[in-house]
Design a protein around this ligand. Sequence first.
Ligand SMILES: C[S@@+](CC[C@H](N)C(=O)[O-])C[C@H]1O[C@@H](n2cnc3c(N)ncnc32)[C@H](O)[C@@H]1O
Length: 514
Amino acid sequence: MSVATTIEMPPAAANRKAWLVDDAETEQALARQHELGQFLTPVPVADFMASLFPLRPGPVHLLDAGAGRGALTAALVRRLCRENRRPSEISVTAYELDAALLQQLRATLSACRIECEKAGIAFSATVHNADFIEAAVPMVRNDLFAPQPPRFNTTILNPPYRKIRSDSATRLLLRSAGIESSNLYTGFLALVIRLLSDGAEMVAITPRSFCNGPYFRPFREDFLAQMSLRRLHVFESRSAAFNGDDVLQENIIFHAAKSRRPPERVIISSSSGEPGAAVREHSVPYRDVVTPADPDQFIHLVTDDGQARAKTAMSHLPAALPDLGLSVSTGRVVDFRAESFLRQQPSQNTAPLIYPCHFSGGFVRWPKVNSRKPNAIVASEETRDLLIPSEVYVLVKRFTSKEERRRVVACVYDPTRIPAESVGFENHLNYYHAAGHGLPITLAKGLAAFLNSTLVDVYFRQFNGHTQVNATDLRSLRYPTRPQLEQMGSLLENPAADQNELDELLRKELDVTL
Ligand SMILES: C[S@@+](CC[C@H](N)C(=O)[O-])C[C@H]1O[C@@H](n2cnc3c(N)ncnc32)[C@H](O)[C@@H]1O
């Protein structure tokens, strides 16, 4: 059952670009903000996050890692001072690397002290102008001369977001503490979790990418083993852009408690991010959020009843991809690496090179006149490994544009429309194949129609919060049987037909309605 309340959100609350520190005047200052992942939380969002903590008796030992100007700590202190059942004491430990923000952080903490004094709460604060990862790793590793880690029972955070290269010092440092992390934000979260006492409460705002990204699997396993998820909140707006990343990314706010026991149920809520937007919330069984048998441990956000129906319908589909005798791979041609072999127009000794721009309805249309992308690749000994036999394949875009209605956009590569011996699929595509070869055309049409359905779109959005469609995501789906897909393919001319027609076909052949 959904419950509607409202919270005040600033315009484009989910848009991180709008959260950059607002007084950066020079290019250099902006570059530094990006480097440090400085997206400061707007006050209404911070207040909403603070409202998610359950009230507990006793002192609050709060950790704010990557504190910025202290918006999150301030919001929590504000809330606790207002409550009837106030804590006796609040001690804050804040880490902030950027010295330029310290003066404002200290001013925020001074204001917190005054507020606490008025409310009769003892207040203390320690600010570390230090790299949180460098400071926390020795504590977590229990190094001989490392300071004894204080145990925090509360943490509120908006950690910096930046990819960390596999050979970077930060990555190696985290690895030395047993943490495998491809992004700064999951590195922060993993360290913070280790500094929490049992039963501690955590509320964080982060990108949603950790819920399904293949590189975040070690983090998901680590996180779900130590933390009991209580609530997940998403902003529905797809304009949630993360700077420095070409993937449109959604933010997520979550509340979790340190406990190895998974919860029975999780509250899922969502709001658009617009001012005064309604917050819809409902409670779902934990197994609907993380499927116990899922080896990838995806985190699903089933935000309404339609999505719940889609999840049930998908989970009842009979086949996994290997049952269909199929695999999905990412296109082998990385164009900038194969630049010298690319040709604008086909000629003798070239093979078609297929990009997303060649999608035209349910089929590949090739060559494309006046294309900004090359239409062909030289077929030679040197490019042999990049090419596959020109047979029937189902292609799926890896990135969909903001304007596109669906996240999963599929079409059929039909060699009878494109005379060639071999073909190259560019890296912005995923392709379904049977051990490197093609599929029967009816199976391909049925599979593409299934992938283009509203059912798959609604389901996909529950675990994938960005516009990137990974091959792992497609491997994780359940599918109809091969005969069911072939039957659908035989009834359809075009696997990207009118959406109602596709959905009606699924209703008839698979008995699913949303
Ligand atoms: C996304 S901002 C959030 C700031 C603040 N928590 C808020 O919500 O407004 C992340 C903060 O982490 C700081 N930061 C980046 N890398 C850091 C590091 N290695 N150690 C400590 N702080 C860091 C940035 O300077 C920035 O102020």
